[in-house]
Design a protein around this ligand. Sequence first.
Ligand SMILES: Cc1cc2nc3c(=O)[nH]c(=O)nc-3n(C[C@H](O)[C@H](O)[C@H](O)COP(=O)(O)OP(=O)(O)OC[C@H]3O[C@@H](n4cnc5c(N)ncnc54)[C@H](O)[C@@H]3O)c2cc1C
Length: 371
Amino acid sequence: MQSLNILVIGGGIGGLTAAIALRRQGLNVEIVEKDPDWAVYGVGIIQQSNVVRAMSQLGILDAYLDAAFGFDFVEVFLPTGEKVARVPSPRLVGGYPANLGVRRPALHKVLGDSATAAGARIRLGVTATELKDDGAGVDVRFSDGGQGRYDIVVGADGLYSATREMLFPDAPRPEFTGQSVWRYNLPRPQDLDALQAYEGPVGVGLVPLSQTLMYMFLTTPEPGNPRYERQGLAAAMRSKLPTGAPAIRALADQITDDDGVVYKPMECLFLSGDWHKGRVVLLGDAVHATTPHLGQGAGMAIEDAIVLAEELAAQDTPEAAFQAFQARRFDRCAYITRVSRALGDAQLGKGPPMEQAKVTREMFEVTSRPI
Ligand SMILES: Cc1cc2nc3c(=O)[nH]c(=O)nc-3n(C[C@H](O)[C@H](O)[C@H](O)COP(=O)(O)OP(=O)(O)OC[C@H]3O[C@@H](n4cnc5c(N)ncnc54)[C@H](O)[C@@H]3O)c2cc1C
């Protein structure tokens, strides 16, 4: 299909990538983002080899890499601190590192700048309040009083997607898994050249972000999903650190700034039915929100965006494009969501134990396959 006017709801990782991919197919794109400040929290994110390949495909890998730290291995440690594996990540783009660690604001800047440079129009502080699909197009009302008509609407508005609510009011709600994640930026030790993951009921990870910076993540059981006040958050994070590994214990004293702690309960969701209705389609966390155990949630949203743009360009009707999109994405996204949840359940003692190194190798094998 050519000359489509497309509205993307949500200017996050999936929505921005969709805008870049759709513009590369020559389609017209407008994004509405509800947050007027377009704020992104300051800790980092892991982008694995399939994301490196995706960024290369979108022509923005060099800008991405400039904002990030590249690495080629995932190292696995026992809770005692003993290293048990150094798992190589596949290099999917010649001459580039396999994986990246990147600060979320830097990632958003690269994607936002690239979407704008590609010709996407981005409106902040605006959302869609009504979608009326008459089969030939979608009439949209916006929160700023405006309205517009589009050939296609893409809901990329995340875990609590209002677009999903409008399309599928009976869809499952996000589910708290019993764990939370604590994250904090720290100076990078000069010898940290891999993602380091410590096994145990409380998981710990160290991810390089730049020559000088890394972030620590901590996955903890949080029965009853308690609320933590901002004041005292650093002390709370310190108190959750496992004490077995000397290298982790040594970092505790540096976790001092309550405002630097990013705390998030883990929630997940998977839509097993249709991901579209009429001319409106959903992608990313709006349809498959995973826990971060495999570091692949954003990777899945980014791949979704590329596949959707390819199918919209290749197919004759939106229905055919959306069906082909979901068929290409379903199994991989289901796999990531299922295995991530199983890793969390294993940490909580609610499921069989899982070997992190084995699971990581398998994840790289699955996500290396073409999208
Ligand atoms: C603790 C944690 C750690 C993670 N770590 C990793 C990792 O290391 N690697 C990885 O690949 N993934 C990771 N993820 C997952 C990753 O963050 C998500 O999968 C990814 O952000 C999904 O992208 P998205 O575009 O679908 O949603 P989002 O990134 O959430 O973007 C949605 C956007 O839509 C906007 N929006 C919301 N509602 C509306 C509305 N009604 N109208 C308009 N705009 C709206 C939001 O403001 C936001 O900008 C992690 C997730 C968590 C919770």
